[in-house]
Design a protein around this ligand. Structure first.
Ligand SMILES: NC(=O)c1ccc[n+]([C@@H]2O[C@H](COP(=O)([O-])OP(=O)(O)OC[C@H]3O[C@@H](n4cnc5c(N)ncnc54)[C@H](O)[C@@H]3O)[C@@H](O)[C@H]2O)c1
Length: 348
């Protein structure tokens, strides 16, 4: 079977994880092109990763042809355009989180993908962590009852002046699209929706409390009602120094059993709470496994997700993380922003 030809748009920090992942998937994927608007940046990236073609815009890369999939690794408001241009040319899209900065952009992307019959996935690589998969399996096996009653989703981080000074786009509404919700929280918002299903209504507050050197919110809280009848709490902060659990969820099942997923750094997560009857003896063993697992057989968790995307394209199925999943995360983020502005709950 021929290899899928990949291109990367935006060759900054996270693009490296995509390139490393694609190199590890070399039996099925060829990273053949990259693009970045900063002069020279794509060329430098291409030289480092042995990529044959480098461009100064997504459009010129896409117009040159010879691509099957693009990974979009640009700042959030810059996700939609390359995804739409790709779909229009019959090229599949992988978007870094969040799918887009606005719901209008998410809708434009989904419309293009549906119209042209291409695949779309939003990166949520932490879903492949063993501790995250263990919760999904427990839910599927009915170990948490017939639904999740209560879910807490948290992002507990610290970001200081040096972080926002790193790139001109950080810390501004127009170029970052938002703060702790938009940038840091999509992983744990996706976890909550992955386990609890679609949300129905949200009410929230957000503010910039102790980061006066940036515009965007550094703290946000919200309450959510899910279609299932379950209730949720969302908490995001970049004011916790030192940081604690960078992402995670705690879930209470209808049978009373409680489980948690706690991500402590980029590649480690464990289940700190697990009160499923019959599983009491297993937790220590699981924790030891998860600590020593690292990233397993592949170099990073992006590689697990990109392997799924490749299989989805080849077998013509939906990727494990869909474009609709991505839109739901954007709806939560924008729902909190709107609720904070209007003082009213927002229907999702
Ligand atoms: N999945 C994860 O765990 C994870 C971690 C970090 C960042 N991210 C996401 O990755 C994305 C990029 O973040 P980053 O930290 O790599 O940022 P970055 O600033 O390091 O890299 C972004 C790159 O995109 C380029 N760019 C900007 N606009 C462009 C355009 N229109 N066309 C082509 N290139 C353009 C910039 O010049 C820059 O080189 C964001 O969506 C962020 O949320 C995801």
């Amino acid at each position: 079977m021929s290899k899928l030809r990949f291109g990367i748009v935006g060759t900054g920090g996270i693009a490296r994880h995509h390139a490393i992942a694609l190199k590890a998937l070399a039996d099925d994927a060829d990273l053949v092109a990259c693009a970045d608007i900063l002069p020279g940046r794509a060329q430098q990236f291409a030289a480092e990763f042995g990529i044959s073609r480098a461009y100064e815009s997504a459009r010129s890369m896409l117009d040159a042809g010879g691509l099957d999939v693009i990974c979009v690794c640009t700042p959030h408001p810059q996700h939609a355009e390359p995804l739409i241009l790709a779909a229009e040319r019959g090229i599949h899209g992988v978007a870094e989180k969040p799918l887009t900065a606005t719901l209008a952009d998410a809708d434009r992307v989904l419309e293009a993908v549906h119209k042209h019959g291409t695949k779309l996935s939003m990166i949520s690589q932490r879903r492949w962590l063993p501790a995250a998969q263990r919760i999904r399996r427990a839910i599927d096996e009915g170990k948490l009852g017939d639904k999740i009653i209560l879910g807490e989703s948290f992002c507990e981080m610290w970001r200081g002046p040096e972080y926002y000074a790193r790139d001109a786009w950080r810390g501004r509404w127009d170029t970052e699209g938002g703060g702790v919700l938009m940038n840091q929280s999509p992983h744990n918002i996706d976890f909550l929706l992955y386990y609890m299903g679609p949300a129905e209504e949200i009410f929230g507050y957000w503010a910039n409390i102790n980061h006066p050197y940036v515009e965007i919110e550094d703290n946000a809280v919200a309450v959510i009602r899910f279609k299932s009848g379950g209730l949720g709490i969302l908490k995001g902060t970049v004011s916790m120094n030192p940081p604690r659990r960078i992402h995670g969820v705690t879930l209470v099942g209808s049978n009373g059993a409680t489980v948690s997923l706690d991500c402590w750094d980029f590649a480690t997560a464990q289940n700190d709470i697990w009160t499923v009857p019959g599983d009491e003896e297993k937790l220590d063993e699981w924790r030891a496994h998860d600590r020593s697992f690292g990233t397993g057989e592949l170099p990073n968790f992006h590689a697990y997700q990109l392997r799924d995307v490749i299989d989805a394209i080849r077998t013509n199925r939906e990727p494990a993380v869909t474009g609709e999943d991505g839109r739901r995360v954007v709806a939560i983020i924008q729902g909190v922003y709107e609720s904070g502005r209007t003082g009213r709950p927002v229907k999702l």
